[in-house]
Design a protein around this ligand. Structure first.
Ligand code: COA
Ligand code: MG
Length: 307
């Protein structure tokens, strides 16, 4: 799968922001029809998103569209109208507030119908936003509800509201969390979602960090998500993208260490050994698997580099 370290959310009705986001360095640009669009601009946003998509060269940029919830008056129309008019320009549809595998089945079948109608050969992926207690409880069934599932996304603000967690910042997106809870307040929920994603070949994506002026807070939040197995994180502001890309990319030091482990493993195997010592630490097949994963990721992110 293509890297999804950073996903920039761009309000669907703000054409000026589309122009800024599309040439940028986010791995994915997500044109949003849901929470960043006021109710009276929903139709205009849908039309704008279609116009923006049609102006793109197909396949050049990884673009996702977030539709409104399928329990709203807008969601099904977003899906039908955007995918029918400009499905060739998008890779995935992000569906908010997925509570049940049936929600995924509904979107899957509609997409199948549109793809048949439009004779589209490659299926559009689904990114399922898990942002309610109900959705989190059924996250494994949701992750395996369709072959279209590409990612599970943690919707932190709605999830907090859904479980009645105390608000600790204006945006509700991850700021000041440590002040009321020791450690990482979302450790369990996020890990649960990561587990479901990885057991089903999908990526796990962390919620955005709301305070876009706080680079250290963003780094910490992204670092914790990365440590738990997330593949990327949403951004709400272009200034957040470089930090997120950096956190979710292997460092030069990590790449060198992986190379050392892989070389030591090859050497050990040629001598009929399993575990060996590298730089004073035990290296066995589990460590080698981690090193190989990191090596592959580095190669994918930087094809043609020295390795
Ligand atoms: N995508 C593309 N461009 C963006 C952007 C985004 N998400 N957020 C800000 N920009 C642009 C601004 O238009 C501005 O462009 P300019 O220099 O050409 O005028 C520039 O980046 C600097 O923006 P800034 O003035 O720092 O922020 P702002 O006050 O204009 O916007 C927010 C702040 C939070 C309203 C805005 O970042 C935003 O709408 N983010 C997305 C929210 C969202 O999608 N929420 C739903 C998902 S959780
Ligand atoms: Mg939400």
């Amino acid at each position: 799968m293509k890297p999804r370290r950073s996903i920039l959310s761009v309000p669907g009705h703000m054409e000026k922001m589309h122009r800024k986001a599309l040439p940028g360095v986010a791995d994915v640009v997500m044109l949003d029809l849901e929470d960043s669009v006021p109710l009276d601009a929903k139709e205009a946003a849908r039309d704008q998103v279609i116009r923006t998509l049609l102006a793109q060269t197909p396949g050049k940029r990884t673009i996702a569209v977030r539709i409104n919830g399928i329990d709203s008056a807008m969601g099904y129309r977003d899906l039908l109208e955007v995918v029918t008019a400009a499905g060739e320009r998008i890779e995935t549809v992000v569906v908010p507030k997925i509570n049940h595998p049936g929600d995924i089945h509904f979107v899957d079948r509609l997409l199948t119908g549109i793809e048949l109608h439009k004779k589209r050969a490659t299926p559009i992926g689904i990114e399922a936003s898990i942002e309610t207690a109900e959705g989190m409880e059924q996250v494994s069934a949701i992750a395996r509800a369709s072959r279209r599932i590409r990612t599970l996304i943690f919707g932190i603000a709605d999830y907090s509201a859904s479980v009645g967690a105390r608000i600790v910042s204006i945006s509700g997106h991850g700021e000041n969390e440590e002040t009321i809870y020791p450690g990482h307040r979302w450790n369990y929920a996020l890990s649960r979602m990561v587990m479901a994603a990885k057991a089903n070949g999908a990526m796990a994506i962390d919620a955005p960090y709301g305070n876009f002026k706080d680079v250290d807070g963003l780094k910490r939040s992204a670092g914790m998500a990365c440590a738990l197995g997330c593949d990327g994180k949403w951004a709400i502001h272009p200034d957040q993208i470089d930090t997120i890309n950096q956190v979710f990319s292997p460092t030069e030091e990590e790449i060198q260490r992986a190379k050392m482990i892989l070389d030591a493993d090859a050497d050990a195997r040629s001598r009929g050994m399993g575990a060996v010592a590298v730089d004073g630490r035990m290296v066995d097949q589990a460590t080698v698997n981690l090193a190989r994963q990191l090596w592959e990721q580095a190669k994918q992110l930087n094809p043609g580099a020295w390795f």
